[in-house]
Ligand binder design. Structure first.
Ligand code: 5HY
Length: 237
């Protein structure tokens, strides 16, 4: 089995971090490759960033189809390009936000999302509604850290921990969902300190792709996720 994980931003160190967490989530014998677009935003923190990132995500998925990958992860909490990617791919395509929210639903009555910048909270709420997870989401909270500060700020881990603790208290929730792929390597430590399940969407999504492929399940091509109508070459593309 071969899974392709796409980091939609162009920060190589974050792609490497994502790769390590994704590989730790799969069974022996499952190959996980990780890529990021060659051009696009270094981090995705706005609708504008997300719009700029989607073409690179779709190029990676199209290349993965040519290379025969069995399934895909979109490793950014906004799940950029998820539905378009499902139109291109034969196998499953799982975004880390959807995977994390659905996984959290198995572990407690309610979950809290802890993400980076407050400006992304609305989009995360929209995703929760679109995935049918909103009624299980007790609250969404921002650390007020930029995505790349997760790697560079020496107090980032403490900031994330403090925000998780405050979220659990304010929301009286049972589970934490990490709202950024860049938090993936904080997951085990946070869960140990907080004493609650902490879900990292990178691991959850990658394990979900393995499960679906192992069950012989693929994206349905019957309706919405059928291949896009051919439009010939992109004008000026
Ligand atoms: C992510 N941005 O997971 C999101 C997190 C966010 O570059 N990778 C990014 O803040 O939406």
């Amino acid at each position: 089995m071969r899974i392709l994980v796409v980091n939609p931003n162009t920060t190589a160190s974050m792609t490497a971090l994502i790769g390590g967490c994704a590989r730790a989530a799969v069974s022996p014998g499952v190959t996980v490759d990780v890529v990021n677009p060659t051009s696009g935003p270094v981090s995705i923190e706005s609708h504008y960033d997300e719009a700029l990132a989607v073409p690179g995500v779709l190029e990676a998925i199209a290349a993965g189809e040519s290379d025969g990958y069995d399934g895909y992860v979109i490793a950014c909490f906004g799940d950029p390009g998820l539905y378009a990617a499902r139109e291109l791919a034969r196998g499953p395509v799982i975004g880390i936000a959807e995977a994390a929210m659905r996984t959290a639903g198995y572990l407690g009555r309610s979950f809290s999302v802890v993400t980076t910048l407050a400006r992304t909270l609305g989009h995360a709420q929209d995703l929760a509604h679109s995935y049918g997870a909103a009624e299980r989401c007790a609250g969404m909270h921002a650390c007020d850290l930029a995505v790349l500060e997760l790697e560079t700020d020496p107090v980032a881990r403490q900031r994330v921990l403090d925000t998780c603790r405050a979220a659990l208290a304010a929301d009286r929730s049972d589970v934490i969902v990490l709202g950024c792929a860049g938090m993936a390597d904080f997951c085990a430590e946070l869960s140990s300190v907080l004493g609650v399940p902490v879900v990292d969407g990178v691991a959850a999504a990658t394990a979900e792709v393995e499960k679906l492929v192992r069950l012989g399940l693929r994206t349905s091509k019957r309706g919405e996720f059928a291949p896009p109508p051919s439009k010939g070459a992109l004008v000026g593309g």
